[in-house]
Write a protein that binds this ligand. Structure first.
Ligand SMILES: [Zn+2]
Length: 243
């Protein structure tokens, strides 16, 4: 039986809900508000999601060490770097479980622009992540927050299909950090008794992203409520309008 390779390898046309976009990582980095800000809105199941981080050194840029687990690979490409121990052009693929620490030093002339890309799991395949904080003294686990990385934004918010949600990695890691900082018992090590310092969210600026994401959720909900579209009805109605 002959096998038509051209048919087998046909790339489907772009999804109408994901029109082609392009972005320049340098230009976009002027306005990103957090480490790991997605450069494109497409972060749902099956999407290839490049996320940029731009950071400057200095005394405020230190700390914020955590452990991150992700069932999908994260490919990091360093676009520019000075005084960080990483070279422009470096490409890293971390272990599924990896320690993330500040790239920066106490030098305001140091900086980095790095893009981390991950391919989100396909529909029906769970993509799991975890944000873990360890005792600074003995490495005992103080907080271990596991989460599903890709949520269905329309289902979780009631906002119609066609909108993409915020990046789960930032939202969940940020929520874990806030939980840790608000609870001194959580920061007190069961093993050695050390009371750990609050986690430095400012290093990663997740709080900026979370604030904006919350405002956008509220804005979208009120926008659609204003237009008289509610609950599942509005999701169905708007998806059929998009088609
Ligand atoms: Zn300890």
């Amino acid at each position: 039986m002959s096998h038509n390779i051209h048919t087998a390898l046909t790339i489907p046309p772009p999804d109408r809900q994901k029109p082609s976009l392009k972005v320049n990582a340098f230009e976009a980095s002027r306005t990103i508000n957090s480490a790991l800000t997605p450069l494109f809105p497409y972060i749902s199941e099956g999407c290839i999601a490049p996320c940029a981080s731009i950071m400057r050194g200095g005394s405020d840029a230190l700390g914020g060490v955590f452990q991150h687990f992700n069932t999908v690979d994260e490919v990091a490409v360093v676009f520019a770097s000075e005084g960080t121990g990483m070279r422009p052009g470096d490409v890293h693929v971390g272990d599924k479980s990896h320690v993330v620490g500040s790239f920066m030093q106490d030098d305001p002339n140091s900086y980095i622009l790095i893009v981390v890309t991950q391919r989100q799991s396909e529909q029906g395949v769970k993509q799991q992540e975890a944000f873990t904080l360890n005792c600074a003294e003995c490495q005992h686990v103080l907080l271990d927050r596991k989460f599903d990385a890709v949520e269905n934004y329309a289902e979780s918010t009631g906002v119609p299909g066609g909108y993409f949600g915020p990046l789960g990695t930032i939202m969940e890691c940020g929520a874990g950090a806030q939980e840790f900082n608000a609870n001194v018992e959580l920061r007190t090590c069961d093993n050695c008794g050390t009371v750990n310092e609050p986690f430095n969210i400012g290093v990663w600026q997740w709080d900026n992203y979370m604030t904006n994401a919350w405002c956008v959720d509220q804005s979208l909900k009120s926008y659609f409520e204003f237009n008289g579209l509610t609950g599942k009805k509005r999701a169905d109605q708007v998806s059929s309008e998009i088609k």
